[in-house]
Design a protein around this ligand. Structure first.
Ligand code: ATP
Ligand code: MG
Length: 580
């Protein structure tokens, strides 16, 4: 599908309304012809032939036509504006739904500012096109051709002379279209870049302040701002060159009329009234010519925006919804990785990972930073798809399971906690907004969050700012844990969830987790041995490989990486082994 066909798929259902709007515009344009005819009649019949009684009738007629044109204009504007808003609404919704379907890879590579620009500035260029440019172009072309035909009916010779400007106008139009196109791409690029910069800077303003980098950021902002201004100016430089050319061509029509028309009147080939009539048509010929430059500008902004939006929209996620998805309302939580490897951007991240966890067991994952712990969890949730091997849940390949069902069965407290600008209750109850408050409270108690929430001025109704500003790191982690617990998942993933809480709180949370349903499989990714030592299975990762796996005791006996970490953290290895 081409970007324009895609755009038309939204406009398609409004075809009738748009055609009706254009019919109204046609009537408005035809009625515009009355003015020059009446002017000609006033000169020929009233002034020259002396039929003065005709004057009031002609004036009232003109007034009625003017009122009718005003009403029709109002109606047509309403139609185009409504269609444009409807198209935009549907398009925004469609693009947004597609954005929600995109996978992690898409978001890893896309800049937020770009995506925001697609949904705001680019959408507005489309609205402007439907609400204004379509009917303007149509009206101008129609009025121009209509007036030309009318001039032909008055004098073929004069009309042919006026037609001389058409090939010139066509050439200038082509030239502007060709030269302007790259500028509009540049404008959209710069606009996205500026948006990205502002968005990033506002989100990261605490870092800017902490490093006293305000001046540095202002310098960077100025460069972005300059870039956008320069791109707009470069486009303006092009179209401002063409606007006077079209102005010149439209004035050429006046010169032709004055020269050829006057000679024809003098030689008696045309009456003075006909000359006045043609003069009345003149603005109908000049105005469309004058506007060509502006409309090309609008059309190019529109086409660039459609192409940009479509380019984002048409990116297909790598993680695909299975064709014959197996529904799985409630999973048992039996998880198996069979020879799983994952690579991205030609870099091997996970190599041949295999393990099996039975429903209700707890798995601890330990490993140095960047060893692939979060990636393994992401593969389980199908945020990425394995490049080799299989991830099985309840004995079925996750690629065959209904993707939404799979994720509904998984409760994940992510390493990078994100809280919405909502109340604490709203954040915890994100997966089940209609659940009774008691369940929210229960989840918060399990995550040891209830205490500090109640101490807040508005308790569970306290609004947490974007990204949970106003809460400590450990508090955010506990809200995120409560959010995952409220899902009552079959598989619970805690990715570094207790790293920012003290040992006592962590121990309390671990006790609470033991009270969970027996069929909830728990993955705990952590650096602290204390977080994972009681797990049924511990996986030790290094550079994407499982280098050790077993229980705490087994791994200590291995006397390898796990045992070394344990010694560093506990310092009592020997004593522990003796007690064992
Ligand atoms: P940490 O303990 O710091 O959270 P981790 O063990 O969770 O680390 P991962 O987040 O799984 O590590 O990342 C493992 C490696 O894979 C890192 O080097 C990371 O940069 C890389 N990586 C992860 N996902 C992708 C991706 N989609 N594209 C490219 N590289 C990726
Ligand atoms: Mg991680």
């Amino acid at each position: 599908m081409t970007p324009m066909k895609w755009f038309y798929s939204f406009l398609h259902k409004h075809t009738r309304s748009m055609i009706f709007g254009l019919v109204l515009v046609t009537v408005i344009s035809v009625l515009a012809i009355v003015k020059p005819i009446v002017s000609g009649a006033i000169v020929d019949d009233v002034i020259i032939a002396g039929q003065y009684e005709q004057l009031p009738r002609l004036i009232v007629f003109l007034l009625l036509i003017t009122i009718l044109r005003g009403l029709l204009r109002y109606l047509s504007q309403l139609i185009f504006e409504t269609c444009s808003q409807d198209v935009l609404y549907t398009m925004r919704d469609t693009v947004y739904r597609k954005l929600l379907q995109e996978d992690f890879n898409f978001y890893n590579k896309k800049r937020t500012g770009d995506l925001l620009s697609r949904q705001t500035g680019d959408m507005d260029a489309i609205r402007h096109f439907i609400a204004f440019v379509i009917y303007q172009v149509y009206e101008n072309v129609f009025i121009f051709l209509f007036a030309l035909v009318m001039v032909f009916t008055v004098s073929v010779k004069l009309a042919l002379c006026m037609c001389l400007v058409l090939p010139l106008s066509f050439l200038v139009t082509l030239s502007q279209t060709k030269n302007g196109r790259p500028c509009f791409w540049k404008i959209r690029e710069q606009f996205s870049s500026l948006n990205t910069f502002v968005q990033e800077n506002i989100s990261g303003n605490r870092v800017v302040k902490a490093f006293s980098k305000e001046d540095y950021e202002i310098g960077k902002f100025n460069r972005e701002n300059d870039g956008y201004r320069d791109a707009e100016l470069a486009a303006a430089e092009i179209w401002t060159k063409y606007v006077p050319l079209f102005e010149f061509l439209s004035n050429l029509l006046t010169l032709i009329l004055m020269l050829v028309g006057s000679i024809m009147v003098i030689q008696g080939e045309m009456t003075l009234g006909s000359y006045v009539t043609v003069n009345g048509y003149l603005w109908m010929l000049m105005n469309p010519l004058r506007q060509i430059g502006w409309r090309i500008n609008d059309i190019q902004r529109f086409t660039t925006s459609v192409e940009k939006i479509y380019a984002t929209y048409s990116e297909e996620p790598n993680v695909k919804y299975p064709v014959n998805a197996i529904p799985c309302k409630r999973l048992r939580g039996d998880v198996e990785f069979r020879g799983v490897s994952y690579s991205a951007d030609d870099e091997d991240i996970i190599h041949n990972v295999s393990f099996h966890v039975k429903s209700g067991q707890t798995v601890g994952i330990l490993g140095s930073t960047g060893s692939g712990k979060s990636t393994i969890m992401n593969l389980l949730c199908r945020f990425y798809d394995v490049t080799d091997g299989e991830v099985l849940v309840d004995g079925r390949n996750v690629k065959d399971l209904d993707l939404y069902n799979l994720r509904q069965n998984i409760g994940m407290a992510m390493q990078d906690v994100f809280l919405f600008s909502d109340t604490i209750e709203g954040n915890i109850a994100y997966s089940r907004p209609d659940c009774p408050f008691e369940e929210v409270e229960k989840a918060a108690v399990m995550a040891d969050a209830d205490g500090f929430i109640r101490q807040m001025p508005e308790g569970y109704d306290t609004i947490v700012g974007e990204r949970g500003v106003g809460l400590s790191g450990g508090q955010k982690q506990r809200i995120s844990l409560a959010r995952a617990l409220l899902k009552n998942p079959s598989i619970l993933i805690l990715d570094d969830t207790t790293s920012a809480v003290d040992m006592e709180t962590e121990s309390y949370i671990q006790d609470q987790l033991r009270t969970l349903d027996r069929d909830c499989t728990i993955f705990v990714v952590a650096y602290r041995i204390s977080s994972i030592k009681d797990s049924d299975l511990i996986l030790v990762l290094n550079d994407g490989h499982i280098v050790e796996q077993g229980t705490h005791e087994e791994l200590l006996k291995n006397n390898s990486y796990y045992a070394t970490v344990f010694r560093h953290q506990y310092g009592e290895y020997e004593k522990y082994i003796r007690n064992c």
